[in-house]
Design a protein. Structure first.
Length: 481
């Protein structure tokens, strides 16, 4: 780990240099990174810190739209190539595999209930390519990997429980982790993505995918995910991103645009088998169904179409992204997904500018681009264990109403998403408060079908509260709990 402080500090200076090339058109002054002196000072005490991974992740987060400086990226002319792009892109910015599952279970007394689990394995590059080469670090060295997992049990009113995996983060440069704790497959190999005792392993085409989560007595998972037998594993996903709006087009290009260039595609209606152990019991999953995303979502100082505005750190004041997102697997074999994006604090009424309704055509997916309106209801204050130092209480409306989600062709979808449980919060590795809540979908038109899925909330804390948490950690070298 020697010279970690030096090279991370040198990278921060490089990033600041790129940001300083921007000018605030109103003041004529060069743009700077907020709290840069605190970030730089924190980089000088990474080596030997007991919270080195948390500090590095926070530093990277607070670089905002400059956080992918001197990393390779996905341009508008990039040609997606499978199975190559199933593997992790270690020379690029943030990337993750996200999985939500639902199934039926019985407890030890034979009572029927249901279970839902969330699993997200994410990697984040900490340094640009030039400084990495100068330091003599490998691509694996340059990436922090973490795996998040939650489980919700529902055995009826008054019998709902929520479990979080203990924090699992690995970084070979931290001095705490060893060779073999982090592994990634590469082109021509079977799929592998490893973070400590948590492992994703599959075929060259990902499916069938085996997932193990090992958090000791707190949580264990042994799961297998596969597509319906009518699908070929090579094409059991659909491309998201920029939509193909021409007649006969399906889904997207698989590419996301500036200022968040990347790759995005999803596997709906996956079948799940296996078991999950939480709370001293092991639950065998019956009738399991899942959704899986693979997303490479980088950030850029550039604006769409070369526009000057919003100026990073000036007009685009948040150094982090915020959105609501959801997916639902429907009982008729179809599915839908979509997002609403925030430029300020979360509101209860928002445009639904991006989504897809995915039709099951027996052996292939037909994905229709949809837009509409989203309303959030049932405001709830989160329990005390989600509160951190210097943070105000957090309120969030956790029932969602979807109104006239409509494609260019076909009938509009209207329905409501109702959470299984009031809570689904956890702190990510950078300590941002996130919520992922399993939910039922009820169709209100009679034209579609009910289903199950997840409601996701990212970036709903007040910006100043999150900044206080981050700055306290960096300055005091101490975690909130």
């Amino acid at each position: 780990m020697g010279n970690l402080n030096f090279y991370i500090g040198k990278y921060l200076d490089q990033v600041r240099g790129e940001v300083n090339k921007l000018t605030d058109s109103k003041t004529g002054k060069k743009v700077d990174i907020p709290h840069f002196d605190i970030l730089k000072k924190a980089s000088e005490s990474l080596e030997g810190s007991e919270i080195v991974k948390d500090k590095m992740y926070i530093i990277q987060t607070m670089l905002g739209r400059a956080g992918c400086t001197d990393m390779n990226t996905i341009g508008k002319d990039y040609k997606i190539n499978f199975p190559f792009d199933h593997h992790l892109h270690l020379d690029m910015g943030p990337e993750w595999y996200w999985i939500g599952l639902h199934g039926d279970v019985k407890n030890k007394d034979g009572k029927q209930g249901r279970i839902s689990a969330l699993i997200v394995m994410k990697r984040n590059r900490c340094v640009g390519i030039e400084i990495q080469k100068e330091a003599g670090w490998s691509d694996i060295d340059a990436n922090i990997v973490n795996n998040l997992a939650t489980v919700t049990l529902d055995f009826g009113v008054g019998e709902k429980k929520y479990f979080r995996r203990n924090r699992n983060s690995k970084w070979l440069l931290s001095g705490e982790d060893k060779d073999g704790d982090v592994k990634f497959s590469k082109d021509g190999e079977k799929f592998l993505y490893k973070c400590g005792d948590d492992v994703f392993s599959g075929s060259e085409n990902v499916l069938p995918l085996n997932i193990t989560v090992n958090d000791g007595e707190n949580m264990k998972m042994n799961l297998t995910f596969d597509c319906n037998k009518n699908f070929n594993r090579e094409n059991s996903f659909f491309l998201q991103g920029i939509p193909n709006l021409h007649i006969g087009g399906s889904g997207g290009t698989g590419l996301t645009p500036i200022p968040t260039p990347g790759i995005y595609y999803s596997w709906p209606q996956l079948l799940v088998t296996g078991d999950i152990s939480v709370g001293g019991e092991t639950y065998k999953i019956q009738n399991g169904i899942a959704w899986m995303d693979h997303q490479l979502m980088m950030i850029s100082l550039e604006n769409a179409e070369g526009k000057e505005s919003p100026i990073p750190f000036v007009e685009d004041f948040k150094p982090y992204n915020g959105w609501t997102w959801q997916y639902f697997n429907l009982k008729n074999g179809d599915a839908f997904t979509g997002s609403s994006f925030m430029t300020g604090e979360m509101t209860n009424e928002m445009v639904f500018p991006y989504g897809y309704y995915i039709e099951n055509h027996k052996d292939k997916w037909k994905a229709h681009y949809i837009t509409g309106k989203l309303m959030q209801m049932y405001e709830k204050q989160f329990p005390e264990f989600t509160e951190l130092i210097n943070s105000n209480k957090v309120n969030l409306s956790i029932i969602r109403s979807f109104e006239k989600l409509k494609s260019l062709f076909g009938k509009p979808l209207t329905g409501i998403g109702v959470p299984w449980n009031d809570d689904g919060t956890f702190n990510e590795t950078n300590w941002v408060l996130t919520a992922e809540i399993p939910a039922d979908f009820f169709d209100l038109t009679g034209e579609f079908a009910d289903g199950v899925g997840y409601l996701e909330y990212v970036g709903f804390q007040k910006v100043e509260d999150f900044e206080k948490i981050c700055l306290d950690i960096l300055q005091n070298n101490k975690l909130p709990y």
